[in-house]
Design a protein around this ligand. Structure first.
Ligand SMILES: [Ca+2]
Length: 473
């Protein structure tokens, strides 16, 4: 496919300087396809997963930059999405639970990412879960999807756990959304994600003359694990390997980390067979979602707009699959706060490469504004990743920050640098964690109590205290 003229950030800056802002955009203006997957960790083919098949997301990675160190600001749907959609950190949005997700309570005049595009003449469209949407209970509802952000706003319904098919429930005592119920259906009929792809394809047809911003939010692989049976068949149970953890792994993890959501630890009480069944459901859900991504990417090609459309694909936060005996989200460890991120932009010089740069989800907003020549609000708390898209070996910040809290009882904050992760807990006895990623990428050995690491501990404490707005190294 022929690529348009290269537009580096410097060239773009010159363009900005040479033109009034309103005509500083590339001509024609670039479209944005902004795809969120719910509860997706980096278990994808393009991230080197040995089992999961994700050919369509892999195809996107092959034409974009794959970020290997991308961190959400809060490992929970509502707070993470309120943050990335406003470009503001959870401390600023005030959204730190899934119960109160309306950032406009504190910021009534906030201009969200899609709203910026809408205000500048792009057709701003939402299909599926972009802001917080309870899964499965809120699927198909319009709640929380922030009407000022969109010209078109659609929530495709889905049968979710009531889908007809062969299934099971490894966690019968947990509520929907937490339980890892699974259903193998005959086909995609009644599934929210296939309906979302259908709707997105229709909207792309209507909007091909552009410019458009299409936010497309898939609900899988969030529980319940519902997908057509052919996606389950890709992952024979006997071939699924469980995550291995050292016997004493939990001994050096502070109490608040384990008490945040205690039922998510100790393999959620699941037998090894049920752990394999849950992994199969998660993998099948990913491959089904991946197929929907592929259908929408194909439509960009068919309409002839792929070479002027920026595509962003991300998981809204990470997910444990048995690491540290933990499942799901709401930890501050690597598996929960890191998530897949792929950005493909026309003319980018880093196409097809991967980046180790530390990046944060608050960077999405300034990046897309930068690439499209829009002036973002002055209070955004991230930075543009455009330099990394041109040169993936570049780093743009020295640290990534995430936080979590539970009720008014447990508060955790973490900072990740190239080499270390430091976590500080308050409430429930408090505690600290320090992990050295140069020799402990799985974060098994907490060095916070090791006198030989007191110097590193002091500097990481200081880095957390200085916070994200400190000048980078
Ligand atoms: Ca440990």
């Amino acid at each position: 496919m022929a690529m348009p003229t290269l537009t580096s950030r410097r060239e773009f800056g010159a363009l900005l300087a040479a033109n009034a802002l309103s005509c500083a955009r590339s001509e024609p203006p670039l479209n944005v396809l902004f795809i969120a997957s719910d509860d997706l960790t980096s278990t994808l083919g393009c991230y080197g997963h040995p089992v999961v098949k994700s050919p369509h997301i892999d195809r996107l990675a092959a034409q974009g930059v794959r970020f290997d160190n991308a961190y959400c600001q809060f490992p929970f749907c509502g707070p993470s999405r309120a943050s990335l959609m406003t470009g503001l950190r959870p401390d600023t949005t005030g959204v730190v639970t899934n119960r109160n997700v309306d950032f406009r309570k504190q910021h009534p005049d906030a201009v969200t990412l899609p709203q910026l595009f809408k205000n500048n003449g792009w057709r701003s469209m939402r299909v599926g879960k972009m802001f917080h949407m309870g899964v499965p209970g809120g699927v198909g509802t319009m709640t929380h999807q922030d009407p000022p952000s969109w010209d078109v706003s659609i929530s495709p319904p889905g049968d979710e756990h009531e889908s007809v098919g062969v299934g099971g429930d490894p966690n019968p005592d947990l509520r929907h959304g937490l339980k890892m119920q699974w259903v193998q259906t005959a086909d995609a009929t009644g599934q929210a994600d296939s309906a979302a792809a259908d709707t997105a394809i229709d909207l792309l047809h209507e909007s091909a003359d552009g410019p458009f911003f299409l936010g497309l939010g898939f609900v899988r692989p969030h529980t319940p694990f519902v997908a057509p049976s052919n996606f389950f068949d890709m992952y024979p149970l006997e071939e699924i390997e469980l995550v291995q953890n050292p016997m004493d792994d939990l001994d050096d993890i502070p109490a608040p980390a384990k008490n945040l959501r205690p039922f998510l630890w100790h393999q959620m009480g699941m037998s090894e067979e049920n752990q394999r069944i849950s992994l199969r459901g998660y993998y099948a859900s990913i491959s089904f979602m991946d197929q929907q991504v592929g259908r929408v990417l194909d439509e960009l090609d068919r309409l002839g707009v792929a070479d002027r459309t920026i595509v962003v694909f991300f998981g809204d936060h990470g997910w444990h699959l048995g690491e540290h005996t933990h499942w799901q989200k709401m930890s501050l460890m690597e598996e929960s706060v890191s998530a897949p991120l792929i950005i493909s932009a026309p003319g980018m010089r880093g196409a097809g490469r991967s980046s180790k740069a530390l990046v944060e989800f608050v960077d999405f907003y300034p990046t897309l504004a930068d690439l499209c020549g829009l002036e973002p609000p002055s209070n955004l708390e991230g930075v543009s990743l455009a330099p990394v898209l041109d040169e993936p070996s570049r780093s743009i910040k020295d640290a990534a920050f995430s936080q979590v809290q539970w009720e008014d009882r447990i508060y955790g904050r973490t900072v990740r640098t190239d080499r270390y992760r430091y976590i500080r807990w308050e409430g429930d006895g408090g505690g600290e964690e320090l992990y050295d990623h140069s020799n402990d990428p799985r974060e098994f050995t907490n060095l916070a109590l090791d006198p030989q690491h007191s110097g590193v501990l002091a500097s990481m404490r200081a880095r957390l205290e200085r916070g994200p707005m400190s000048p980078t190294a």
